[in-house]
Design a protein. Structure first.
Lengths: 312, 552
């Protein structure tokens, strides 16, 4: 079953690479014109195109690109002529650092609030936490980001407003500089996970084994955590994983607001410069993130389900 | 143990319970008095809606979500008034001093935890003992009630254990804190007869061994007769009659009690057609297998159904009864063998059958609730086959709908424009019958159609089917595990075991000795209305006569 999932994942990635390549090559204009700008004459453009390999037929270019990626080589940036691999490594590290930092706050908090909401459902707490998280998810993230910037870093001065980390930034410094964007991401991703935790648990409360636990004299908290939660993991894990993917892929706006050198910034810059190899590389990494995280969700669903883990 | 000044362990006085639905409160239980001494077993009998389960858990001071005690109710357990006790006081009692055994162990065990951990949970959480002590006790109890592999079976998850064993494991779980009182809520209703008798034996051994008091809830009189010292008969939340078990069986006073006792007296009246005639359905040496199983589930199954004949197929769950129906209807094409309908060879896959062939064989299912679309009106449910098979529309269809409703004894004016949710279980099953009749079939497969119904209602359905057979020359194939139904309605009986037919023939021949040994086991496992029946059977089996359950 697992081998099948992995195979399907690889197939998906392959299909995505094709789509990315086709979409990028259908865009009007090309890198040669973009680089030459005002100096573009038909001759210089043609020469540069030949130099960059843009005159080759599309399928050759695609196979070249794919072959390079399979060997771990994402190609050369057109914008500055440097190997994409040099920059990509730190960018990916920065993005994943921020995503994991945000997740380490958001996931436990969401689970905790969701469990409490299920325990005290329809109480004042339940309603308040619902309204607050729903409002934060309904507000555009750049707006949440600017509000937090204003309050925490400009007015109170507790945290830096820019997340300009470098290679030589220490780990603790890195944490301090990314705390604010991590908080923004927590606010915008928590509602979904919390509500799913609450719903998945409440969904199970009508089951006979929950009534049985009550008739065995178990405390309410234990019934929720020990009897309902273990059976609710599958839907919760799926939502958590989708949100993790969002934390990696969807942070572009937040990275731009805080001038954080992550993958999102890199992509935005590359689009502005028509640096297609970089755009392709970023898109492919985003796609791979989704595929890998969904694979992890499938594996976790199996691990948390005794019926699948211990067949008859 | 608290000092017990009162004579009774449990005293329920004037217990009234109401439930909230359709935006108002309905009475569920209307003032029941009930007393129980230590070590005594009380049977609660009644049909669905009688309030027996509600009273059962009320003995724990518990009401289901949306229900509550009415003022004036009193439930005193060992000196503690439960209707006014705090949640915490009641929580300490539950599981520790009053335990509960649910109808479906498969649903009541948490699928995420091992059986033995669910056993030890009460012990540890109520502070009765440590986990290690509970483990040791569980293994000891499992071996006392003769579970297979008592030292290791507890370390399995619920889905890895058969239904009968799970039910026994739950009985053991109820004992984990050595309670004074156990509520058994229909603990054997979902089991085959051969498994039921083993679970009943377990329950009796345990109750005797630990001198535990018990409330035994069931709709099956013969079962309660084996277990209880006293019996209370309930109806619509009222107490109908209360008496010592033997007196209740020998000399019921109330009419309602008598009618419950008399349910099993129905006998089919239609005379079957001659066996010389052409069979309606002929199943030719069928061997069948599901795509994902390694071995066939049916081996060389071969039988015929003739006009006006009712053929009953009996066997435990997993014996292949329903698979046989799937092969006949073309849902599962067989590996070998074939199906003939009215002398014509049927394509093995229903996709390849003609409308004429499809309409001739219809099916009625066990759960009417899941077999009819809750969002369609009765008119649409029954009318669909009329337009699909027979092309009827307009006035003609309306006339036929009225006829069909008359046939199933439901007023067309009242019911045609209602939704299934507005009907009772028996009425829904009647609608399923009308839908099958609408196709104008020659042959109907009835798959456990009465097993989800109360006995009085089930009897009404059987009478209806009998009359329809008479009027419309129908042939029935009756799949059931209930031998009382077989006695009532069958002409011929087929006994199945693990995918094979072990015995078939006329009812009188199959049900009379000498039997095949498996038929003997099935027949002897059906509880009789005699309090001594179980002692006799267990003694016979202990002396080595007969075979054990085949399912496990």
């Amino acid at each position: 079953m697992l081998a099948q999932r992995i195979l399907l994942g690889l197939l998906t990635l392959f299909a995505i690479s094709l789509i990315i390549f086709l979409a990028v090559s259908m865009l009007p204009g090309d890198a040669a014109e973009a680089i030459l700008g005002q100096a573009a004459t038909p001759e210089t453009v043609a020469a540069l195109r030949r130099q960059l390999g843009l005159d080759l037929p599309p399928h050759i270019r695609y196979l070249d690109w794919l072959g390079g990626i399979l060997q771990g080589d994402f190609g050369t940036s057109i914008g500055n002529g440097r190997e994409i691999n040099e920059v990509l490594g730190t960018r990916v590290y920065n993005t994943i650092f921020l995503a994991l930092f945000a997740a380490s706050i958001a996931v436990p908090l969401a689970l905790f609030c969701g469990i409490l909401a299920a325990l005290y459902r329809n109480s004042l707490y339940d309603r308040t936490v619902n309204v607050v998280t729903l409002s934060s998810i309904s507000t555009p993230e750049f707006f949440v980001a600017y509000i937090l910037l204003l309050l925490i870093s400009v007015k109170a001065g507790w945290l830096p407003s820019l997340s300009n980390v470098r290679l030589d930034t220490t780990f603790t410094e890195h944490l301090e500089k990314t705390l604010l964007p991590a908080l923004v991401l927590t606010l915008v991703s928590m509602a979904h996970m919390m509500r799913m935790t609450r719903a998945a648990i409440i969904n199970l409360l009508a089951n006979a084994y929950i009534e049985m636990a009550a008739l065995k004299g178990m405390k309410r908290f234990r019934i929720i955590v020990h009897h309902a939660l273990p059976n609710a993991w599958a839907p919760i894990v799926n939502v958590v994983v989708i949100n993790l993917a969002y934390l990696i892929v969807g942070v572009i706006v937040v990275e731009v607001v805080f001038v954080y050198p992550g993958l999102g910034q890199y992509l935005v810059d590359a689009v502005q410069r028509r640096d297609m190899p970089v755009v392709q590389a970023c898109c492919l990494i985003f796609a791979a993130t989704y595929v890998i995280l969904n694979l992890i969700a499938d594996i976790l669903s199996i691990l948390t389900n005794p019926r699948l883990l211990h067949p008859k | 143990m608290k000092s017990n000044s009162a004579e009774y362990l449990l005293e329920m006085k004037n217990v009234k319970i109401e439930g909230f639905s359709d935006r108002r409160w309905h009475d569920i239980v209307n003032g029941i008095d009930l007393n129980l001494k230590r070590g005594e077993i009380l049977g609660l009998i009644g049909e669905s809606g009688a309030g027996k389960s509600t009273i059962g858990i009320a003995a724990m001071g518990f009401c289901k979500a949306g229900c509550r005690f009415k003022p004036g109710s009193s439930v005193v357990f060992d000196g503690l008034e439960l209707t006014s006790a705090s949640e915490e006081e009641k929580r300490r009692l539950r599981g520790a001093r009053i335990a509960y055994v649910a109808q479906s162990a498969a649903a009541a065990f948490n699928p995420a935890h091992k059986i033995i951990d669910q056993f030890s949970e009460s012990v540890v959480q109520h502070g009765v003992g440590s986990r290690e002590e509970a483990y040791a006790d569980a293994k000891d109890l499992y071996s006392k009630i003769k579970m297979p592999e008592p030292d290791t079976i507890g370390f399995r998850y619920p889905h890895q254990v058969s239904g009968g064993q799970l039910q026994r494991a739950m009985t053991a779980m109820a004992l984990s804190c050595r309670p004074d009182l156990i509520i058994f809520d229909e603990p054997t209703t979902a089991l085959d007869v051969t498994t039921q008798i083993e679970v009943l034996a377990t329950i009796r051994d345990i109750v005797e061994l630990f001198n535990t008091a018990a409330i035994y809830i069931s709709h099956d009189l013969a079962v309660v007769a084996q277990m209880a010292d006293n019996i209370i008969v309930l109806r619509y939340g009222d107490l109908v009659e209360e008496a010592e078990t033997r007196r209740m069986l020998d000399d019921p006073k109330e009419d309602y009690t008598k009618s419950l006792w008399a349910v099993r007296t129905f006998k089919k009246t239609t005379v079957a057609g001659s066996r010389e005639s052409e069979p309606i359905v002929k199943v030719n040496h069928v061997t069948a297998q599901y795509p994902k199983t390694k071995e066939p589930v049916l081996y060389d199954v071969d039988f015929e159904v003739h006009p006006r004949e009712t053929v009953a197929i009996v066997g435990e769950s997993g014996s292949g009864k329903s698979t046989a129906a799937r092969v006949i209807t073309g849902l599962l094409p067989p590996l070998e063998g074939s199906i003939m309908l009215d002398g014509e060879l049927l394509p093995s896959d229903y996709h390849d059958r003609t409308k004429e062939q499809l309409k001739s064989a219809q099916m009625i299912y066990q759960m009417a609730d899941t077999a009819i679309n809750p969002r369609h009106k009765i008119r649409k449910i029954v009318g669909r086959p009329l337009s699909f098979y027979l092309g009827m529309e307009g006035d003609e269809k309306h006339r036929r709908l009225n006829e069909l409703m008359d046939m199933i004894e439901m007023d067309p004016k009242l019911y045609l424009d209602r939704y299934p949710a507005e009907l009772s279980g028996g009425q829904k099953q009647r609608i399923c019958i009308a839908r099958a009749l609408a196709a104008d079939p020659k042959f109907i497969i009835c798959d456990e159609i009465t097993s989800a119904l109360d006995q009085l209602v089930a009897e009404g359905i059987l009478r209806l089917l009998d009359r329809l057979q008479q009027e419309l020359n129908l042939a029935y194939m009756f799949i059931t595990h209930d031998l009382a139904t077989v006695r009532a309605i069958a002409d011929r009986v087929i006994v199945m075991l693990q995918g094979r037919i072990v015995e078939q023939g006329e009812k009188g021949v199959v049900l009379q000795p000498p039997h095949h040994e498996y038929t003997e086991l099935l027949l002897s496992s059906v509880p009789e209305m005699n309090p001594d029946w179980m002692d006799r059977i267990m003694a016979e089996r202990a002396s080595g006569k007969g075979m054990r359950s085949a399912g496990n």
